[in-house]
Write a protein that binds this ligand. Sequence first.
Ligand code: PLP
Length: 411
Amino acid sequence: MGTGQEQQNSAAQGAQQGEESSLFPTYARYPISLVKGEGSWLWDDKGNKYLDFMCGLAVTNLGHAPVKVKEKLKAQLDELWHVSNLFHIPGQEKAAALLTEHTCADAVFFCNSGAEANEAAIKLARRYHQKVLGSGRFEIITFTQSFHGRTLATLTATGQDKVKEGFLPLPAGFKTVPLHDLEALKNAITSTTAAIMIEMVQAEGGVYPVEPEFVEAVSELCRQHGLLLIVDEVQTGMGRTGKLFAYEHYGIEPDIFTSAKGLGSGFPVGAMLGKGYLREAFSAGSHGSTFGGTPLSMAVVNATIETILEEQAPERAAESGEYLVKRLNEELGGNPFVKGIRGKGLLIGIECAEAVGDIVLEGQRRGLLFVTAGPNVIRLLPNLLVTKEEMDQAVSLIAELIQEHTAVKPL
Ligand SMILES: *Cc1c(COP(=O)(O)O)cnc(C)c1O
């Protein structure tokens, strides 16, 4: 409760040692405090160095503190931080023009997170049906093991029960069907269905790329029934899977898609993007966000998009992803602990025979940061400009960790 720097430090250390923290315990935190980052590398408060293969959960797609983005942010800090969306914001117009030029979207709404972007997508779908078409439709169909966010609407859309526990009553108007079950999806569509919302790779759910035939069928069903197709690209977007947005792999065009994690290189920002015919559904006063698209966040977004394009980051992610999977297969292919290696671009999952939490912790002790996706899946999310040497280093260590784990605890 103190105010001095010393007391703050001791409070932070106390929290690390398991004493009561002043934060709500919403996260089970690792015993590491990271204080500096550059490119693929992070340093903790004790001077230990880490190779970062998680990128703040698919956020720092250009590595930590990318130079051009940092310069543009510093320059904007000297000019103007915030103005209301009641005014024209040139940086916002520019970012929207860049995004629509390089995607199938014609219009963009800026907000501050992935959940908010999905919330905007859900609201836009409902309002288009209710105000523009006059169909009165409202229901959104989503898929099991999906993840769409933590607001009440987006956690209801999420196809995992654990995020819903204790939050009843949930908002009405959502239905979840098994992924890849076309019959179940067809049966779920009724006269109240407004949209289908889907991830191209279920990331939090275990790194499952959706089958191309299924994506095509979903897109076709939407067309037949007059439903909007919403693609959640919060994790898969901004080059992560080897294309600027993952829907491009599938030859489809969503009516609406969302972006957030990689959009601001670590600056909190989200976006909901849609086709031109949806414009009138979001007429003045229908939706908004105080902090959405401020000069500061837009300076970062513009520099991030420009850097991604200049550096050909999606193409590099595709090549590096192929290399990483090849090397992982070479090192781990015959290991009975490893059940499968899958993913798209630099969103990669290693499915294991047992829980991998201990392997993640041991990796941290040896200087490699990565995460899980569900209990048994190791998820690798290096930055899109990662080097071959860094990938080799990570692969050797992961192979070592898995071999040691299976030696200590044979299957
Ligand atoms: C992370 C994530 C979200 C939620 O984003 P927040 O910025 O945490 O609100 C939504 N959808 C997907 C696919 C995600 O990976």
